[in-house]
Design a protein around this ligand. Structure first.
Ligand SMILES: *Cc1c(COP(=O)(O)O)cnc(C)c1O
Length: 445
């Protein structure tokens, strides 16, 4: 254990947790009246549960209940909540500055984070553009692809190829490469650019599927700038795991047709699938990679786009020799400090056994759910566990069943799934699995 950790822990012990703002009926009423929650109508029909604190792998609700977090706050809180090292890193950064603009200015937190990310990333990714959310990083990645092609004299190459079942975010550019079925594309059919969609990649690569990809790529090569996919794990588009060999096929097709390969590692990055980046399952390097979610260990919103020197120099020698993008909060120093501390914890290396351990326990405890009525599939990869039902679940029923076991999950559609913080202990992993199985049982009734 590092000195930093012991010092920080001592600090954490001396300054006891400040009480959160107490939750009141007035706040509950204002939440209903004023606050729009994600993927929800306004006013909301399902009341959210008020949280007053979170510590380690537990979320504390206003009514005193403590829930073991099966979601790591949407893939992000990989080291758990109130981690002494992350807390200290943010406090230390606060002592010098919370934020300054990044246009015309720079700072050590951003530079050292960029150095670290390029050192951790798959080979060839040498440059970093910081963004303020995952969706924005996907927008930037798409812009890079189009601008790169334009710089090479291919102004007509403005479309992307992707696979069905993908999810790349909720902004318009990202939505256009997200699976049309899952993202309410029909609402936006008239406003979204039309990209090229291949079938969902299979669990095991077949010659037919490789031929399908090859055919699409060659048919549309004249208008394609790039191929974008989530490597190995499709997250919000179905929690689907596919053969990493597909990535090799995509790499070869990109090279053959002069396309850029973009890996969206926003969900899969930083160890979640058992490798630091999912691309490593195939030993394939993309030309552009997006990261987000766990980048700051779940402390702050931040994402990044990494690219090769070929892409960077291509764009920078083109007709508009700059990348026209610059979020106001680009490279926010507090977020950089959190990300540097979080990646520092990863570099210590324990995540690998933690993720493997969680995967093993999830497999053991979830596998029996296969026999339950209404269960279509059970699958585990890295520290991700999924029970897929035959029918869409009632979110309220499934959530309540897990909460009765002391576990927080957030199912969608037919999918009950967990991706706990890496620091989750054995008993808590077992509890999370029990919560998920209880949700499956309640949903299958
Ligand atoms: C969550 C996610 C995004 C969008 O990130 P936000 O920070 O929510 O904008 C994009 N791609 C993938 C693969 C994601 O999982």
């Amino acid at each position: 254990m590092t000195d930093a950790l012991t010092d920080a822990q001592t600090d954490a012990q001396t300054d006891a947790q400040t009480d959160a703002l107490p939750w009141t009926p007035e706040l509950a009423a204002a939440d209903r009246d004023k606050v729009w929650h994600p993927y929800a109508p306004m006013p909301s029909v399902v009341e959210p549960f008020p949280v007053v604190g979170a510590d380690g792998v537990r979320i504390r609700l206003a009514d005193g209940r403590e829930l073991v977090d099966g979601m790591a706050s949407w893939w992000s809180a990989i080291h758990g909540y109130r981690h002494p090292v992350l807390d200290q890193a943010v406090r230390d950064q606060l002592d010098s500055m919370a934020h300054v603009m990044f246009g015309g200015l720079t700072h050590a937190p951003a530079v050292r984070l960029a150095e670290r990310l390029t050192a951790m990333a798959p080979a060839g990714l040498e440059h970093v553009f910081f963004a303020d959310s995952g969706s924005v990083s996907v927008e930037v990645a798409i812009k890079m692809c189009l601008q790169y092609q334009r710089s090479q004299g291919h102004a007509s190459r403005t479309r992307l190829m992707t696979v069905r079942g993908g999810y790349h975010g909720d902004t318009f550019g990202a939505m256009a490469v997200t699976d049309p079925a899952g993202s309410m594309h029909q609402l936006w059919a008239d406003v979204l650019p039309e990209h090229v969609f291949a079938d969902r990649p299979p669990k095991t690569l077949t010659e037919e599927y490789a031929a399908h990809l090859a055919q699409l790529a060659s048919r549309h090569a004249d208008t394609l700038a790039a191929i974008i996919v989530e490597p190995v794990v499709q997250g919000a588009g179905g929690m689907h795991f596919y053969d990493s060999e597909v990535l090799k096929v995509l790499r070869a097709l990109c090279d053959e047709h002069g396309l850029l390969l973009v890996f969206d590692e926003i969900a899969t990055g930083f160890g979640r699938t058992g490798e630091l980046f999912a691309a490593e399952h195939a030993g394939v390097s993309p030309d552009i990679m997006t990261v987000g979610k766990a980048l700051t260990g779940g402390y702050m919103t931040m994402a990044a786009v990494l690219c090769t020197t070929r892409v960077a120099h291509g764009i920078s020698s083109g007709e508009a020799p700059v990348l026209m993008h610059g979020p106001t909060f680009m490279a926010n120093p507090l977020a950089c400090a959190a990300a540097y501390a979080s990646t520092g914890l990863l570099l210590e290396g324990t995540w690998r056994e933690q993720v493997a351990g969680i995967g093993k326990l999830l497999t053991e405890h979830l596998e029996p759910a296969r026999e339950l009525p209404g269960v279509a599939d059970v699958r585990v990869l890295g520290a991700i566990g999924v029970i897929e039902m035959q029918q869409p679940t009632d979110m309220r029923v499934a959530t309540k069943a897990a909460m009765d076991q002391g576990v927080w999950i957030r199912p969608f559609g037919k999918l009950l799934y967990v991706m706990p913080p890496y620091v989750t202990g054995e008993e808590d992993v077992a509890r999370i699995a029990a919560g998920l199985v209880a949700a499956a049982r309640a949903s299958g009734e």
